[in-house]
Design a protein around this ligand. Structure first.
Ligand SMILES: [Zn+2]
Ligand SMILES: [Zn+2]
Length: 261
């Protein structure tokens, strides 16, 4: 039996469709040993309907702590998915410092004022090769900030299926090296399956690069619905095994441990 965790889950505290407790039964059915919530926290943007505000963090953590006390069949973890904004490291750091989490997930959704995942219009008239470079640079900066334990969907820029004309292998190589140097894990995010790109993040073609650079990995669903918890995990673990991975990263109190699978 593989020890399974799913650390990237959204409930109605941000843009998920159900209360945290509604995710417990599906998590058990999916054979998970740990379930972790990671609500969106997007600072420096005015009241977004898909994200919590800083003032929502304490009530959210209180709720998850209660849930964790009441549920004994599975470990319940506390996380946040925090948007990275360059130049705002100090503010993000001070918020994370006073917040008791098991892990912090760092995400890049924004390039400038726009999010790369809301609609394909963002890509209209843009040079896809340059966009990939800019996006990977931003993810690199998120890793280098030292603020996060896990970097989410590291090639989210693939979401609508646009591909660069030249092979982006080098971008993946540089990113994997940066993750290793800055001691941050990445995720296989299975939710890409439900998006236009129709496959996991990162692109499985380049997964071996993360293995070669020895970057710690975990498998996450990025579920916004209870039915998607642990979705496609058999395939994700099989893919990891075929790439040469034999252990995964687990988190508690912002400390990382490696567990064989
Ligand atoms: Zn995200
Ligand atoms: Zn997410």
């Amino acid at each position: 039996m593989i020890y399974r965790t799913d650390y990237h889950i959204h409930s109605s505290f941000s843009d998920g469709r159900a209360a945290p407790e509604d995710y417990i039964a599906p998590a058990l059915a999916a054979g998970l040993d740990e379930i972790g919530f990671s609500e969106h926290l997007t600072l420096f943007r005015e009241s977004l309907d898909w994200s919590m505000n800083a003032s929502d963090v304490e009530p959210y953590l209180k709720h998850i702590n209660n849930l964790s006390r009441n549920v004994t069949s599975i470990k319940v973890r506390k996380g946040l998915e925090v948007d990275f904004f360059p130049g705002k490291e100090k503010e993000i750091c001070s918020l994370l410092k006073k917040t008791k989490l098991d892990y912090a997930i760092g995400s890049v959704h924004y390039l400038g004022d726009s999010t790369v995942d809301m609609g394909p219009e963002f890509y209209d008239g843009k040079n896809i090769d340059s966009l990939f470079e800019v996006y990977f640079d931003m993810v690199d900066a998120a890793a280098a900030s030292g603020l996060f334990d896990i970097i989410a969907h590291c090639d989210l820029i693939r979401i609508f299926g646009f591909k660069p004309a030249s092979d982006p292998e080098n971008l993946y190589r540089n990113l994997a090296r940066s993750f290793k140097i800055h001691d941050v894990a990445f995720e296989i995010n299975t939710n890409g399956r439900n998006r236009p790109v129709g496959d996991f993040y990162p692109d499985r073609k380049y997964l071996r690069i993360f293995r070669e650079e020895n970057v710690p990995v975990c498998v996450n669903s990025d579920a916004h619905l209870p039915s998607r918890v642990g979705q496609h995990f058999d395939e994700a673990y099989e893919l990891l095994r075929s790439t040469g991975y034999s252990e995964m990263a687990v988190f508690e109190n912002r400390e990382r441990f490696m567990i064989p699978f």
